[in-house]
Write a protein that binds this ligand. Structure first.
Ligand code: GAL
Length: 459
């Protein structure tokens, strides 16, 4: 069609712009293009995101509605795993911070046992995730090209671990990489996405952490993109997303992309969480640095898509108890995945009480509010100290003391979004007890690097 013809037809309303392949085409608050160009179908991924995926409207993989296609969760091959898993931030355990490459079947199964015996499963922790170094470092099976376990570490294979973990009522996660090798040099999945997704599904895997090492030069992002969802990084991660979507098993997908390629802008269209930073360490500077990074991008966290501040360091290094409290409280308040990263058998009662705190976990896992807490007021520190957020119970305030001395912190009710100048009941989330009823404001003392969370309801 000539340019002149398009102009005339457009003026007559007969031609409308269409979204390109992989582009967003719907979702809550979406005001852009809602139809896809030829060869692509506008497909429901979650309530927040519809995407133009390859296919035609008659594709048997989807069921059509008037303007878009919604994945049928009952079919064995939906186009995306999203909408089926990962509505809330993942809660679980991961082997990396505890053991690095020194993993084996018995360590993974004892973590699962401890999740049950320590009451972590009852508190809501679900995933037992195997990180790097689980596979045969010498490569794939030469005839099937399948990735294989290292049978010295996992003598009964991964499917056997999955079935034992499942029998405890828990879910099993595994790790691979969107490059030629994992970060520790084991086989990567780039180019083998379909085979690996099918293998993981056949083993009974429920969660995939997908890393970003050994990216070949032809896959490196060149320069900047106005839409990072079109970058080569996004494409590498999307290839695995599509492969997972073709499996009957819903597999939660965690993008370990270290905050590259502005992943928060496209992560929710590809997986359910995305790392926003390099690797965690058990240091106060890591905790404050990653909170500060997240503060700038909190608008991207909601149901089915979460900024991931990386795995927990509670139990590792020399963090004070106050710092471990703040680590946990802020991961819950900002709705990051919470994946414990230590040898669970060595946790003290104080540490267990932190990670099992019912009210903070309930805020993280609220079924009716997806948005995280956000800073309020004028911040005078980096990161900000005062945050507020809603849950199905009402308005919460979270405060962290960034200073190296004990300080008095004041909640002025009228400054908190959703509250006013009247009297409010203050309830302590750490203790699970009511503090009292106060008019106008309430002050408390917080130790250096300590934190608190309060539910504040009209008196
Ligand atoms: C890093 C990743 C870590 C861990 C490690 C394994 O890239 O951020 O969380 O998975 O690789 O080699």
């Amino acid at each position: 069609m000539s340019f002149r013809a398009i102009v005339i037809l457009s003026a007559l309303g007969l031609v409308s712009a269409q979204q390109t392949l992989w582009g967003q085409c719907g979702g809550i608050n979406w005001t852009g293009q809602k139809t896809c160009g030829s060869g692509a179908v506008c497909t429901y991924l979650n309530d927040w995101y519809y995407q133009c995926l390859p296919g035609t409207s008659t594709s048997s993989r989807t069921s059509t509605s008037s303007s878009s296609t919604r994945i049928s969760t009952s079919t064995s091959a939906g186009p995306a795993p999203t909408g089926r898993v990962g509505k809330l931030p993942a809660l679980g355990w991961n082997s990396w911070n505890a053991y690095r490459c020194d993993i084996n079947e018995s360590k993974i199964l004892s973590a699962a046992n401890q999740m049950v015996s320590l009451g972590l499963k009852d508190a809501g922790y679900q995933y037992v995730n195997i990180d790097d170094c689980w596979s045969n470092i010498n490569g794939r099976d030469s005839s099937t090209q399948q990735i294989r376990p290292d049978f010295n570490k996992f003598p009964n294979g991964i499917a056997s671990v999955a079935s034992k973990v499942h029998s405890q009522g828990l879910l099993l996660g595994i790790y691979s990489d969107a490059g030629t090798k994992t970060c520790a040099g084991y086989p990567g999945s780039l180019g083998y996405e379909s085979i690996d997704a099918a293998t993981f599904s056949s083993w009974g895997i429920d969660y995939l952490k997908y890393d970003n090492c050994y990216v070949p030069s032809n896959w490196a992002d060149s320069g900047s993109y106005s839409d990072w969802g079109q970058s080569k990084s996004a494409t590498r991660y999307r290839q695995m997303s599509s492969a997972l979507a073709a499996q009957s098993r819903p597999i939660q997908y965690s993008l370990c992309i270290w905050g590259n390629a502005q992943v928060w802008t496209w992560g929710a269209s590809v997986g359910q969480s995305w790392r926003i930073s390099g690797d965690s360490s058990p240091t106060w500077s890591y905790i404050t640095g990653v909170i500060n990074k997240n503060v700038g991008i909190l608008g991207y966290t909601n149901f089915y898509g979460h900024n991931d501040m990386d795995m927990m360091e509670i139990g590792n290094g020399a963090l004070t108890l106050a710092e471990q409290r703040t680590h946990f409280l802020m991961w819950a308040a900002l709705k990051s995945p919470i994946l414990l990263g230590t040898d669970l058998s060595r946790l003290s009662t104080d540490q267990l009480n932190i990670i099992k705190n019912k009210e903070l976990l309930a805020f993280s896992q609220d079924e009716s509010v997806g948005a995280p807490a956000k800073p309020y007021g004028t911040a005078t520190t980096t990161p900000p100290e005062y945050y507020s957020g809603k849950s199905s119970k009402g308005v919460h305030v979270f405060i962290m003391n960034t200073s190296s001395s004990t300080s008095t912190k004041t909640i002025t009710f009228a400054n908190v979004p959703g509250l006013g100048s009247g009297s409010y009941k203050v309830h302590d989330m750490w203790k699970g007890t009511d503090v009292g009823t106060f008019s106008g404001s309430w002050s408390t003392s917080l130790g250096s690097h300590d934190s608190g969370g309060w539910l504040i309801t009209p008196a």
